[in-house]
Design a protein around this ligand. Structure first.
Ligand code: HGY
Ligand code: MN
Ligand code: MN
Length: 411
């Protein structure tokens, strides 16, 4: 059976892990930064060394391509290499470096697929103040002119950020690819949760991806002297947000299987002896069932207006970003299940509570994912860890799934 080179993959993971912000804990390689760019320069070289012809599309997706024997649409494999602040070294990375390992194994064995093979490092998957899932959204949906013109304090204009990565925002008003232009999409990723570890299996087959809504909200009260403004006269923006955070938590607790998080707060003036005058914050909700997200959001919006009214604080609910839940096609799940079955005694099927580029590409192509067991289910933190043997099992399953897709469409 054709397998990948485990040592080369280990070296690649270790090398990319060196492209990080030195002053922050864990692995920090935020999208649109110089560190991210430097990592991608190295990545381009790794793609080339695996025999791939590398280009960037208009959304600055880095794509390494290997020709097939036919004019069939490509099989696309990959993930992302940007990280959250203080994240780990595996999230997204194993999907991209694993895809390069697959291309290398095919090249070294002299196996040419019928389909072209494309390895992709999607632009900016993780949440930033500008948004998330940039490259995969551009590929599958495109952006509105309004979104591209959005100017975010400290991060600049969305279109300029994409241009700064080498993209061309003027081409992003329409999807970069249409249905039928990708034969299939496969993404390998760490699970980021506890299921595979509890089942004592190294890898698993993913059934689908949660839906996510993220919203930006601004509460504007009044800054006042923290010693002389009595409690009765205050319009405390942060106290208002505290009410909203509690309501957000309650909305998720009331709906089993859902989660909701206030993860980002910017307090102004952010000073010990000043009543907070303004707070800009995020609310994020997730569920496999989209109506649950919508009903949570309705409840939270009501709580936002109530909290503002009770405290004399103005509330402004800004743009929100949605990615709907996605179920992978049964035939793709079967291929992945069979491929995983060659490297684990029992194939566990599980949904993803994390968002992925696959949720976008799945809108225009048959998609599926393979998960790798994650230590203690921890991710988005410096402790994130996956054993190399488990990663190798996942990449080998990815390779087998690519071969199976190529063979299936041949029939
Ligand atoms: O936020 C997420 O779920 C993913 O890790 N980007
Ligand atoms: Mn992540
Ligand atoms: Mn990820």
């Amino acid at each position: 059976m054709l397998t990948i080179d485990p040592q080369q993959l280990r070296d690649d993971i270790a090398t990319l892990a060196q492209f990080v912000e030195p002053e922050t804990p864990g692995t920090t390689r935020r999208a649109f930064t110089d560190t991210y760019r430097a990592g991608r320069v190295w990545l381009r070289e790794r793609m080339q060394s695996a025999g791939l012809t590398v280009t960037q599309d208009a959304s600055a997706n880095l794509i390494g391509r290997r020709a097939g024997t036919t004019t069939a649409p490509p099989v696309l494999i990959g993930s992302h290499t940007d990280t959250v602040m203080g994240g780990g070294r595996f999230d997204g990375v194993i999907g991209v470096l694993g895809a390069i390992a697959v291309a290398r194994a095919l090249r070294d064995a002299g196996v040419v697929l019928r389909h072209p093979l494309e390895v992709v490092d999607f632009l900016a998957e993780e949440s930033t103040p500008l948004g998330s899932l940039f490259g995969s959204t551009a590929m599958a949906q495109g952006f509105s002119a309004e979104f591209l013109a959005r100017d975010v304090p400290g991060w600049g204009v969305v279109g300029d950020a994409i241009a700064g990565m080498g993209g061309d925002p003027s081409q992003l008003l329409h999807p970069l690819r249409r249905s039928g232009e990708i034969a299939a999409y496969l993404e390998l990723h760490i699970e980021q949760g506890p299921v595979l570890e509890a089942a004592q299996v190294p890898i698993g087959a993913v059934t689908g991806i949660v839906g996510i809504r993220r919203a930006d909200i601004v509460c504007t009260g009044r800054p006042d002297h923290a010693g002389t403004a009595s409690m009765a006269v205050r319009h405390d923006a942060l106290a208002t947000v505290a009410d909203i955070i509690r309501a957000t938590e309650q909305a998720a607790l009331a709906r089993p299987g859902t989660v909701a998080t206030v993860g980002s707060l910017h307090v102004a003036p952010n000073q010990t002896n000043v009543v907070p005058g303004q707070v800009r914050f995020s609310v994020e909700m997730r569920s496999l069932h989209w109506p649950e997200v919508l009903s949570m959001w309705d409840e939270i919006v009501a709580a936002i207006h109530l909290a503002g009214a009770q405290r004399g604080v103005a509330v402004q609910i800004g743009a929100y970003e949605d990615s709907a839940p996605l179920q992978f096609p049964v035939w793709m799940r079967q291929i992945v299940t069979q491929a995983c079955g060659r490297f684990t005694h029992q194939v566990v099927e599980l949904p993803s509570g994390a968002g992925h580029d696959g949720s976008m590409i799945g809108l225009i192509a048959p998609a599926a994912m393979i998960f790798v067991r994650t230590k203690d289910g921890r991710s988005h933190c410096p402790e994130e860890f996956a054993a190399h043997d488990d990663i190798v099992a996942g990449v080998n399953a990815l390779l087998q799934a690519v071969l199976a897709i190529d063979a299936r469409i041949e029939e």
